[in-house]
Design a protein around this ligand. Structure first.
Ligand code: SF4
Length: 323
């Protein structure tokens, strides 16, 4: 079995194909930076919201500027201007792009009162080429009043919540300095599901605290939850992060490209075939990536993963069992 569209064959269900089914045309995500902050960042040494002394500034892999440097760094505040500029860039690279989803990407995009969030989301929806919203956030930043707002919007427009989980394992959440546990995620997930909100889950593969069994356990658990989509990232080192310190002090081992392909295929073989795989490896501006080297080569991870699927005669969901 393979997933096929327009003579292109995939071993997993891609976002492009899912968008064409949903909208009947080619839809791309255009990043928007609403200038919101993240509850997991603060000043090192300060008492944080968890009543602990902040050891690191946010998740150890995160440099918020690396998400969309052209926007946060130039301080381009207007959402409509960001969308206009983003669409021009996307159309230059992908001439087939026809419609767009505003992707509130950097930081935690539900970390504000609902009244403010409603203004910024509606601003994006005013753009004539925007057909929906994708909102990136953390599991501990989804109170009921925000979910009520998202539910209201989703009744009229396409809306997807992208929740950063990264791992179901507490040892990994601690290593990454996520400052939430897995039950915080499941609580937010089920409350969002009650509102019929589409959910995408972000996960990191290649965390040094995890072995193959841990990754397979994560895959089975995510398969049980059945989100609408998944984004997979390889752990990679970005400038100006705690992870950079680990790397520079030889305290970090990252998977080779072949090891990453093995863990990704192991993972996807256990994921239901109807779940959309939005991404199978990390993407960041070359200006920010330090390691691994293979992460700097466009499509290298994807090509290696596809070759391994072919070699194993495998595909997404091959070992998925619905029980
Ligand atoms: S990855 Fe997300 S949750 Fe973690 S510090 Fe960065 S913006 Fe905050």
């Amino acid at each position: 079995m393979s997933f096929s569209f327009n003579n292109n064959h995939f071993f997993y269900r891609t976002l492009g194909e899912a968008m064409r089914r949903e909208f009947g045309c080619n839809v791309w995500k255009v990043s928007v930076d609403a200038g919101l902050s993240c509850p997991n960042t603060g000043i090192i040494g300060e008492i944080n919201k968890h009543n602990e002394i902040n050891k690191y500034n946010g998740c150890i892999f995160c440099n918020i500027n690396s998400f969309s440097p052209s926007r946060r760094l130039v301080n381009d505040k207007s959402i409509l201007t960001q969308i206009d500029k983003g669409i021009i860039q996307l159309k230059r690279h992908y001439p087939k792009a026809q419609k767009f989803i505003a992707y509130f990407q950097p930081s935690t995009n539900t970390n504000a009162p609902p009244e403010h969030l409603e203004i910024i989301y509606n601003e994006a929806l005013k753009h004539p080429e925007i057909v929906g919203l994708s909102i990136g956030t953390r599991p501990d930043s989804l109170p009921d009043d925000v979910l009520n707002l998202l539910s209201k919007i989703s009744q009229e427009k396409y809306l997807q919540l992208e929740i950063g989980l990264q791992s179901i394992h507490q040892k990994s959440l601690d290593f990454l300095n996520r400052r939430h546990d897995y039950s915080t995620f499941t609580d937010a997930f089920y409350r969002a599901k009650k509102h019929n909100i589409k959910i995408g889950i972000h996960l990191i593969l290649g965390i040094p605290t995890e072995n193959r069994n841990d990754i397979i356990e994560t895959a089975k658990e995510i398969a049980r939850l059945k989100p609408e989509s998944i984004k997979l990232h390889n752990l990679y080192v970005v400038r100006n992060t705690q992870l950079e310190n680990y790397w520079n002090n030889n305290n970090l081992t990252l998977p080779t490209i072949n090891e990453y392909a093995e863990m990704t295929v192991d993972f996807l073989e256990r994921i239901p075939p109807d779940i959309i795989i939005e991404r199978i490896a990390s993407e960041a501006s070359e200006d920010f990536i330090i390691a691994p080297e293979w992460s700097k080569i466009k499509h290298a991870a994807r090509n290696t993963i596809n070759k391994l699927f072919l070699l194993r005669k495998s595909y997404q969901g091959k070992y998925y069992t619905n029980n």
